[in-house]
Design a binder for this molecule. Structure first.
Ligand code: AHR
Length: 511
């Protein structure tokens, strides 16, 4: 995998060739009532950093730094048993319930109103899901009326009585979650779900025609029903929804790190297959409208690893899915982000699953500190600087052999330009575990010839990560030796690294 390089890998950037504009919702995340995402994650009354509303201000500050735009809520698998009316009104009257999805106990202390407060405090847009598992059309319209109708009906007045004077104005709604999965409460066939999603969407639009609705796609491209599911569901819902969802999680299997580093190959194939399926239905139905993609669950998730924490059934806020991420995971994660950006024309919404403690970029200790995992950094950098228009980068890279995906380029990259300022940001991953990757970037098709910074995330220990004891063990740092001359940037990407290279137009006062 680390044969000596005879020629540098090469990228050509030209602002004349764009893929599409990055939609802010690409940098969404996900809060589910699962494990400690909510309780002792974002919400912990009595914690020294908690405000009067119980929200942990130390965690909220990290969420703002992460640059999250939308937050999907309340699940996930949890939503298929969700009883929203249990979660509103005076706390002391809210019932304690069994959460069947995660075999936990839900106290409903944190509910819909608290979630809206959380969104207001973090400056994020809520992306709500309705329960199409145990419930259906009537419940979805009742929830929508409670949330978005101004006043004068029993449900809207109930919200006002609960403290929500102004309507919540929630625009984006998921029609259920992973309804193709046998593990889902109320699992359905594509026909059953397609009909239910269509009727739910139709009724919701009777209240508010300008909603943006997401139909459930497959819970993974490995599902037996994948693609046929999307096709059938869209036959029923095409005119009524705006998005179809995609979910994908990646992990290193049997020590095959080379394949793991190439996970984005699978993600790219998944996206292209769903785009093709949407457009096939569009052609069959003879429609103008295009369905976009909501990649509303994506991440690295070690599903095959046993939980290191002892968890009993029906515990409150148990330690579930508390994956600790390494530098290797962050490089793969960055590569997944690059893939989303490279498809920004059709992937117009995405949610990193999840936000705090549960397969999350932010971890907390009950009564203790909050810290950034390794995956925090690529997301925060992309959310901050990966705004504008994605360029169609032409890359020339050596390849390496993988067991799962065959020959894969060592360089994985994308570039985003801000058309207002002319600034260009390049995101690049070197998948080579052993060798640096010399890289030349031809900038002559851009005005951005002044290097602002080149930050790298890499480590001599590929398994290094952050923890309660060592919260700052891993962080991005400036790369050395990157130069620009004659419209060409020259650098060496460190072995197994995530990189962000920022450039601006030549300064007019420069000699
Ligand atoms: O994000 C964790 C779980 O993964 C979600 O609840 C579910 O939708 C998916 O299977």
């Amino acid at each position: 995998m680390s044969a000596p390089r005879t020629a540098p890998s090469r990228l050509v950037l030209d602002t004349a060739f764009g893929v599409g504009t990055v939609q802010p919702r690409l940098y969404g995340s996900f809060v589910e009532h699962l494990g400690r995402c909510v309780y002792t994650g974002i919400y912990e009354p009595g914690h020294s950093a908690a405000g009067a509303d119980g929200l942990r201000q130390d965690v909220l500050a990290l969420i703002r730094e992460l640059g999250v735009t939308t937050v999907r809520y309340p699940g996930g698998n949890f939503v298929s048993g969700y009883r929203w009316e249990d979660t509103v009104g005076p706390r002391e009257q809210r019932p304690v319930r069994l959460d069947l999805a995660w075999r936990s106990t839900e106290t409903n202390e944190f509910g819909l109103g608290e979630f809206m407060d959380f969104c207001a405090e973090t400056g994020t847009e809520p992306m709500m899901a309705v329960n199409l598992g145990t419930r259906g059309v009537e419940d979805a319209v009742r929830l929508l009326e409670y949330c978005n109708h101004a006043a004068g009906t029993e449900l809207s007045d109930r919200r006002i009585a609960h403290g929500g004077k102004e309507p919540y104005g929630i625009r984006m709604w998921c029609l259920g979650n992973e309804m193709d999965g046998a593990w889902q409460i109320g699992h359905k066939t594509a026909e059953e779900y397609g009909r239910l999603a269509a009727e739910t969407a139709r009724a919701m639009r009777m209240i508010q025609p300008d909603l943006e609705l997401v139909a459930c796609g497959s819970s993974g491209s490995g599902m037996d029903t994948f693609a046929a599911w999307e096709s059938t569901v869209l036959e029923h819902t095409y005119d009524l929804v705006d998005y179809v969802s995609l979910h994908a999680y990646y992990e290193e299997i049997d020590g095959d790190r080379d394949s793991f580093l190439a996970s984005a190959v699978d993600m790219e194939h998944f996206i292209e297959s769903v785009v093709a399926t949407c457009d096939h239905v569009r052609a069959r139905l003879k429609r103008e409208k295009r369905i976009n993609l909501s990649f509303d669950e994506w991440n690295v998730w070690y599903q095959k690893r046993p939980n290191p924490h002892h968890v009993e059934d029906w515990q409150q806020a148990p330690r579930l899915l508390e994956d600790v991420y390494t530098v290797t995971d962050a490089v793969v994660f960055g590569s997944l982000l690059i893939t989303l950006l490279r498809h920004a024309d059709r992937v117009t919404s995405a949610s990193l699953a999840q936000l705090v403690n549960v397969i999350a970029p932010i971890m907390t200790e009950p009564g203790g500190a909050a810290w950034r995992q390794t995956t925090f950094f690529p997301f925060a950098q992309a959310s901050r600087y990966g705004r504008g228009r994605v360029l169609r980068v032409e890359a020339d890279s050596p390849t390496y052999a993988t067991a799962r995906f065959g020959e894969v380029p060592l360089l994985h990259s994308t570039a985003v330009t801000d058309d207002g300022t002319g600034a260009v940001t390049v995101f690049a991953v070197n998948r080579d575990r052993a060798a640096a990757l010399p890289l030349e970037i031809d900038l002559r098709g851009t005005d951005a010839h002044t290097l602002v910074e080149h930050l790298v995330l890499a480590d001599t220990d590929p398994d290094a990560g952050n923890s309660l004891e060592h919260p700052e063990r891993v962080a991005p740092r400036p790369a050395t030796g990157t130069t620009v001359s004659g419209g060409v940037l020259r650098t060496e990407l460190e072995p197994m690294s995530w990189n962000m290279i920022r450039l601006t137009p030549r300064r007019t006062d420069a000699p």
